[in-house]
Design a protein around this ligand. Structure first.
Ligand SMILES: *[C@@H]1O[C@H](CO)[C@@H](O)[C@H](O)[C@H]1NC(C)=O
Ligand SMILES: *[C@@H]1O[C@H](CO)[C@@H](O)[C@H](O)[C@H]1NC(C)=O
Length: 503
């Protein structure tokens, strides 16, 4: 069962405050209200049996003109006392009596404040009835009870959360469960003065988002729409990513939430560039770390690529000169500079005109040619290419197949490609190897993709690219003070008809 044992305690306290406590030397001449206050005292000090006895006496002492609040409180608290000692049957009977007294008597009351108070107690009675029924394995009756609690008090997030959990855990109705969790979340985050708001809501918000994520991922065929624009279809996986990422933000120590986030972002079909939803999501996510003192520190991937490339050939002096080199995702020319002295003709390609302008400003005449465009198009247009270098640009591709296909097409037989990729962090690697042993890539919180070595090799093989050199680059970049793991690949395109071993 979900969540709200806590609100039961709060509830008992609320009732205690509602009646004045009168102390009598003996029980002779006690009114129902007197018994109620004595019983409440007993209940709040866990003297359940004594409380039950006093509530029963109170109910016995009820007169015809008794206030509805007293009746409601006696029945509801008696039921709670029964539930505390595990007598669900009697608890159910008395919660139901509380609710039916409410329904019978509420029309006679004119005082607005009294009506609201009575509604509040009846709603809680119905919430607790739902919890007992849920415990007792009566999910459909529990649903009705939670539903009625919400009708009486639309701000009862706990009834909605529990409604969701019955639908989700016991009835397998994920769509309606999702709706209920979302409403509960909305009440806690957007509505003024929710009923029995938890003092430290973040654990409950985390749990709600976690469950929202589970509902969204339950059915892979499920279609999702943005609440803000229901005509806009988005992938449920993206929304679930959002939910799990919120769950982690509310409770960063929760391993299950971290696990789900790692798993769902692996092999996700989303594409960073085309998807503002995920981009925004990860921008938000990243902003939470902005206060971190250490920002991108000591990035030197371009140098590492050059050194690794030399090692692939057995040392700098063995690196030949290449007739046509494409610097894929060249940025301001950091990589181009490293490879300039082994390139006869060098083309810099980038998606951004602004950055190519910057490259020309910072490193005039570095490139023989600069192209604004998609690297996969340029690979095909400029063939035969003798060397492709790409530091930190393949990380914007999830699925590497179209990219490697373009490389295969554009590269000359025996040509080389040297590139870096990111790897997932060590914790996620463990998680993924357990939960998703055939994972291929993961969308990381930075909005880039981390690729698994085996996957890279698998795609390369399918495109006749042989690995000739591999290095791990742990901490090749720092991000928000954390080392980013990476790896470096040098590949060579096989000559048609000759296996690479013969090269
Ligand atoms: C993590 O979150 C899940 C779902 O909200 C919850 O069931 C679990 O108890 C939490 N675990 C910890 C250690 O807080
Ligand atoms: C070529 O340039 C690289 C990068 O600047 C440098 O490390 C290397 O020593 C240069 N090689 C020669 C032969 O000048």
């Amino acid at each position: 069962m979900f969540l709200c044992r806590l609100s039961k305690v709060i509830f008992a306290v609320t009732i205690l405050l509602m009646v004045s406590v009168k102390v009598h030397p003996s029980e002779i001449g006690f009114s129902a209200e007197d018994y109620l206050s004595l019983a409440n005292n007993a209940l709040s000090s866990d003297a359940n049996e004594k409380a039950i006895d006093l509530y029963l006496k109170g109910i016995h002492a009820l007169t015809n003109d008794e206030s509805l609040l007293t009746i409601l409180s006696l029945e509801t608290n008696l039921a709670s006392a029964y539930s505390s000692i595990g007598d669900n049957e009697k608890a159910i009977v008395h919660y139901q009596k509380a609710i039916s007294s409410y329904n019978e008597l509420i029309d006679e009351i004119v005082d607005k404040q009294l009506i609201d108070q009575a509604k509040g107690i009846a709603s809680q009675s119905s919430l607790f009835l739902g919890m007992v029924l849920q415990d007792a394995g009566e999910p459909r009756k529990a649903l009705d009870a939670y539903g009625y609690a919400v009708v009486l008090d639309p701000k009862t997030w706990a009834a909605l959360a529990n409604l969701g959990s019955v639908l989700h855990d016991q009835l397998g109705n994920h769509d309606e469960a999702l709706d209920a969790y979302n409403k509960a979340y909305e009440i806690l985050t957007e509505v003024e003065d929710p009923t029995d708001a938890p003092e430290e809501p973040r654990f409950i918000l985390s749990q709600l988002q976690y469950r929202i994520g589970l509902c969204l991922t339950h059915d892979p065929e499920r279609k999702c729409a943005l609440a803000t624009d229901p005509t806009k279809e988005v992938s449920c996986k993206e929304m679930a990513t959002h939910a799990f990422s919120l769950a982690v933000q509310y409770d960063p120590s929760n391993e299950s939430a971290k696990h789900m986030l790692a798993t769902i972002t692996a092999d996700a079909t989303m594409k960073r560039a085309s998807n503002t939803y995920v981009t925004n999501l990860f921008d938000d996510y990243a902003q939470n770390f902005e206060h971190s003192l250490v920002q991108e520190l000591g990035y030197n991937g371009y140098e590492k690529l050059r050194r690794g490339f030399e090692r692939a050939f057995g040392g700098e002096s063995f690196v030949p000169t290449f007739s046509l080199v494409v610097d894929a995702g060249c940025g301001t020319g950091l990589v181009g500079e490293q490879f300039r002295n082994v390139s006869s003709y060098m083309i810099g390609v980038d998606l951004s005109q602004a950055i190519l302008d910057e490259a020309e400003k910072l490193r005039p005449k570095l490139y023989d040619e600069r192209i604004v465009g998609d690297i996969t198009d340029v690979f095909r247009e400029k063939k035969p290419i003798s060397l492709i270098v790409a530091a930190d640009s393949y990380i914007y591709f999830g699925d590497l197949d179209p990219l490697f296909d373009a490389m295969e097409d554009g590269m000359d037989d025996g040509a080389y490609a040297a590139f870096t990729l990111e790897n997932v962090n060590a914790d996620d690697e463990v998680t993924l190897d357990e939960s998703k042993p055939d994972w291929r890539w993961q969308l990381t919180p930075s909005g880039r993709f981390a690729h698994r070595k085996q996957y890279v090799l698998h795609v390369a093989q399918a495109h006749h690219l042989a690995l000739i050199h591999y290095e791990t680059l742990d901490g090749f970049r720092y991000e928000h003070g954390r080392k980013v793991r990476g790896h470096l690949f040098v590949m060579q395109k096989k000559v048609a008809g000759i296996s690479n071993d013969e090269l």
